[in-house]
Design a protein. Structure first.
Lengths: 274, 285, 416
């Protein structure tokens, strides 16, 4: 069938380069010629022992976690405002939230770099990286939560208020459970974006520091470390199966027939809370 | 405390909205858009060639340079063209698989495919671009495969390697919104169309395509904008300059000029976003 | 929950946003530091005595200048330094002088190994402080013809310690490029370069324009080019045109040594400009490369080159460590190691007795000022044509030379 052929072609297109990388992760020599000279597990061991890679990895985790946390808070606040209220400038908020991710990274990076170094006169560091990442991660959380909020009518929250719940209780016992899975999905995607990001990071990171993508970039051509780069890439892809699958399960509730069931369940849960 | 908050907010909906929005708006409008504004102001400055000191007087020199010197038009034109080609190619590649996932595949197959599409997103952008460098390199796989036929690949020059690599890199960003958009089309609509006597081609043209179009536009925002500002992939797989390269190359020595060059993609994307919003793409991001 | 209709027009919202943005823009225009200015020492309060090391040292260096054993365990002059002084060194390798200047301006480094197309800019921008050469004992025995030079001494004040010098090389793949070239025309003459279309590797830096100018000095003498870094309008345009003709034949513009090594190894390029570091790395890898001037002779037209200087940042947080490093890097044994590893002429005269190859200094013309007359060290183009009278060329436009900003803009045009 033509459709299946199309699917096959696309999948092949997506995976062939990755398979190439995987093969090179086992290559004995660091150069790029094909076919590879030989196969070995050596590089896996070297990857674990490489200080630069380890430090960069930890920096990436720190930045990703912090940026995701900020994005969660700001994204939720914004989506609650837009999803549940009417006010002037409402349409503009959606536009503004999308801007950091829709504008090319070099623009965001250059602008933020300018502001940090020229206007505030502060040194670049992991903190400035986090600010940069959080800025374009907000939209990911925002979109997920707003989509969820639009699916659930606001009447549940009104009912909660009528029953005597104050805004904080309403949020904690009614709103939060309904958007929880959207938050998790958004957080996973935000973390992934931050983890992989290089362009904005290049412009906002401090002098001696590296996140994993920056470490990769500086080692990409050095024959003695490029196999380590390949190893790191392979490992990350393999490990990523878990969060990707999780995110899919969580957002699956939104679409199709399963969605209505989940919504009904969430409603039942929410109203059952005293 | 919660009670007092409730009392405070009662009858003052704007206060409630305001307090919700203070954080995000402060961050995004004052912080982000403010930074953009500062960068755009810098486009009107100039720089001392020797000391690197920025001279803050108002001057249109940078923009004059941009418009008078043909190389910038060439670079911008090349980047926009490649971005458009990449977008179209990705849309064509994405649609079949997105449709299959949304309408044809079983639940299990769907889960498998979604994971299969998203996993490569987690492999580093740099590594994927590098993989193409390996493949297209003179001693690489492509030439090795074509050798028996006596022809050789494009090598690491010109626009083709960049076009190919960009198409590859941004494909998942196109598949996901289209898949989500197609999922939202109720099956009943497709059955109805069939019942009314439409063949698959007509159903596709008259029912599916118009409904999926905003999703395609949503995906195109990413493919277009990511290509417009990228400077790393051109460095890795080709020797030609794109807008991102020019901005990056001049930002160390001549920040005002880099800012001026940067206004080009900003203007293009803002117009693109406004059109996309009008076409309903924002619901599909 | 409120479903109030929006009472106020969206105009008000835009007004608020616009005024915020305008406020910020005005703020930016009115306040904030000027780029490049630092409020560091300014040169009047230099060290009078080298004290105890501060425990850390952040350097910017060319590839191969500060080896710590990670490239080759046997090649390491950083670890001994760290052990002796307690200054833990962290090195940022830069590929171009522009990168180095940019990094220095962040103020987060202590020192840099600067070439002549960076040092005047750093001095002018107050990014470096004068160096008190009396505090560097090994400075006394540095070769005389690299002391007090225009690229390390400004207005009679010393601004750095010489590291070593070399000429830029023409390198080619012996199997693919025949006969062995002895002139830059293999990559600059449009007809000859077309033989290697797509296989030429050129340094990605505006300073390469000087190479084109040097070529024209020999091949188009009626342009009257004397100094490839001081070009008037006509000479400059001729150089740019030559490079634009070269562009279709260029396979890569490299700005990172490792990338070029990778390209030569994989056969993506076969001939181009390079440094000794790449050449020797490829040789060590049994790659079929040859080059000149590897050591003995220079292509017909001469070559551009560089004479590098360690400079002290004006916002250095670890100046004592930096002084110790400068003394360490030109100590006889270390400078010999450095020179032999990279493949350049050492700055330290006593290093010649320490090299593992006794003929090393002779091969690299370390003590041969005459040789270096034909090598045009990287320099920063400025508008003043002070060295020679550029207006002497008949029919020329006369007047000012092109400054570095013009070189940068032209380079973008060249690459298309």
């Amino acid at each position: 069938m033509l459709l299946r052929a199309g699917v096959g072609v696309t999948l092949a297109f997506i995976y062939i380069p990755l398979i190439v990388i995987a093969i090179y992760a086992f290559n004995t020599v660091g150069t790029l010629g094909w076919p590879p000279d030989g196969l070995t597990f050596d590089w896996f061991e070297k990857a674990f022992n490489n200080d630069g890679a380890r430090e960069a990895f930890i920096n990436s985790l720190k930045a990703g976690a912090a940026a995701t946390a900020i994005a969660l808070v700001l994204g939720t606040l914004a989506s609650l405002a837009v999803g549940r209220h009417e006010f002037f400038g409402r349409e503009t908020i959606s536009f503004v939230v999308v801007l950091p991710i829709a504008l090319p990274g070099i623009i965001t990076g250059l602008a933020l770099n300018d502001t940090f170094t020229q206007i505030f006169g502060i040194d670049l560091s992991l903190f400035t990286v986090i600010v940069g990442h959080a800025t374009f991660c907000i939209v990911v959380v925002y979109n997920n939560v707003i989509a969820r909020l639009r699916r659930m009518s606001g009447s549940i929250e009104e009912a909660s208020a009528d029953l005597g719940g104050d805004p904080w209780q309403t949020f904690r016992y009614v709103t939060l459970p309904t958007i929880r899975t959207a938050l998790v999905a958004g957080a996973l995607l935000a973390f992934a974006l931050s983890f992989d990001e290089i362009i904005v990071t290049n412009f906002t990171i401090g002098a001696g520091q590296q996140t994993l993508p920056i470490w990769i970039f500086s080692n990409l051509f050095r024959a003695e470390t490029v196999p380590i780069v390949n190893v790191v890439a392979v490992l990350v892809v393999v490990i990523s199966i878990i969060p990707v699958y999780l995110a899919h399960r969580l957002t699956r509730e939104e679409g199709g027939a399963a969605g209505k069931g989940a919504a009904a369940q969430a409603t039942a849960e929410a109203t059952a809370v005293p | 405390m919660g009670r007092r908050l409730a009392g405070l907010f009662h009858g003052r909906p704007r206060l409630q909205v305001g307090s919700l929005l203070a954080g995000p708006v402060g961050w995004l409008v004052i912080g982000y858009i403010g930074s953009l504004a500062i960068m755009l102001v810098a486009a009107f400055w100039s720089v001392n060639a020797l000391s690197g000191e920025t001279i803050r007087g108002f001057s249109l020199d940078n923009f004059q340079e941009l418009t008078s010197e043909p190389v910038y038009r060439t670079v911008a034109g090349r980047t926009i063209l490649i971005a458009a080609l990449v977008t179209i190619t990705d849309a064509l590649l994405a649609f079949p698989i997105a449709f299959y996932m949304a309408k044809v595949a079983s639940q299990r197959m769907k889960a498998v495919l979604v994971v299969a599409i998203l996993m490569p997103l987690w492999s580093f952008y740099l590594v994927k671009a590098y993989a193409w460098r390996i493949i297209l390199s003179d001693g690489g796989i492509l030439n090795w495969a074509l050798d028996p036929f006596g022809i050789s690949g494009p090598g690491l020059q010109g626009n083709f390697p960049a076009y190919l690599t960009f198409t590859y890199l941004w494909l998942p960003f196109m598949i996901i919104p289209i898949y989500a958009g197609l999922e939202r089309i109720p099956d009943s609509l497709l059955s109805a169309s069939e019942d009314l006597g439409a063949g698959p081609g007509t159903t596709f043209r008259r029912v599916i395509l118009p409904m999926a179009f905003p999703a395609v536009i949503a995906g195109s925002i990413f493919t277009f904008s990511l290509t417009l500002g990228d400077y790393i992939t051109p460095q890795l797989v080709t020797s030609t300059q794109f807008i991102g390269n020019v901005v990056f190359a001049s930002h160390t020595n001549n920040l005002p000029f880099a800012s001026a060059m940067a206004t080009v993609p900003i203007l293009i994307m803002i117009v693109y976003l406004l059109i996309a919003r009008r076409l309903g793409a924002f619901e599909h991001l | 929950m409120s479903n109030r209709k929006p009472g106020n027009p969206a105009r008000v919202a835009w007004l608020i946003v616009a005024s915020l943005v305008a406020f910020i823009a005005l703020f930016a225009a009115g306040c904030g530091d000027d780029g490049g200015d630092t409020t560091g020492g300014g040169g009047d309060e230099g060290l009078t005595k080298v004290g105890k090391g501060e425990g850390k040292l952040n350097l910017i260096a060319w590839v191969g200048y500060a080896e710590d054993g990670s490239t080759d365990p046997a090649v390491d002059w950083v670890t001994p330094f760290e052990n002796q002084t307690g200054c833990q060194v962290s090195v940022k390798t830069a590929g171009t002088s522009d990168e180095m200047v940019d990094l220095m301006r962040t103020g987060q480094y202590d020192g840099v190994s600067a070439s002549g197309n960076a040092s005047p800019r750093l001095v002018e921008g107050n990014d470096v402080d004068p160096v008190n050469v009396d505090l560097v004992p090994n400075y006394g025995t540095v070769f005389a013809d690299i002391k007090d030079q225009p690229y390390n001494t400004f207005d009679g004040t010393h601004y750095g310690i010489p590291h070593g010098r070399g000429a830029n090389l023409l390198m080619w793949n012996e199997n693919d490029v025949k006969p062995a070239p002895d002139s830059w025309d293999v990559i600059l003459d449009p007809k000859k370069a077309a033989d290697y279309k797509g296989k030429i590797s050129v340094y990605d830096d505006p300073i390469y324009i000087a190479d084109a100018a040097l070529y024209l000095k020999e091949h188009q003498p009626d342009l009257g080019i004397e100094n490839p870094y001081e070009l008037n309008e006509e000479q400059f345009n001729a150089a740019i045109d030559l490079l634009k003709e070269q562009n279709p034949n260029v396979g890569e513009y490299w700005h990172d040594a490792a990338t070029q090594i990778s390209s030569f190894t994989n056969g993506d390029v076969e001939v181009g400009t390079t440094w000794q570091y790449q050449y020797f790395t490829l040789l060590a890898d049994d790659q079929p490369v040859a080059s000149n001037p590897a050591s003995t002779f220079v292509p017909k037209e001469g070559a551009t080159g560089w004479s590098d200087t360690w400079m002290l940042s004006s916002s250095a947080k670890h100046p004592n460590c930096m002084y110790r490093w400068m003394n360490h890097i030109i100590s006889p044994k270390v400078n010999a190691e450095v020179a032999e590893w990279f493949g350049e002429a050492p700055a330290q005269s006593k290093a010649c007795a320490e090299t593992s190859d006794p003929k090393f200094c002779a091969n690299y013309h370390a003590d041969d000022p005459g040789f270096w007359e034909g090598v045009y060290y990287w320099n920063t183009p400025v508008t003043d044509c002070t060295v020679t009278d550029q207006r002497a060329h008949e029919g020329g436009s006369g007047g000012d030379c092109k400054d570095y900003n013009a070189w940068i803009k032209a380079w973008t045009e060249v690459k298309g």
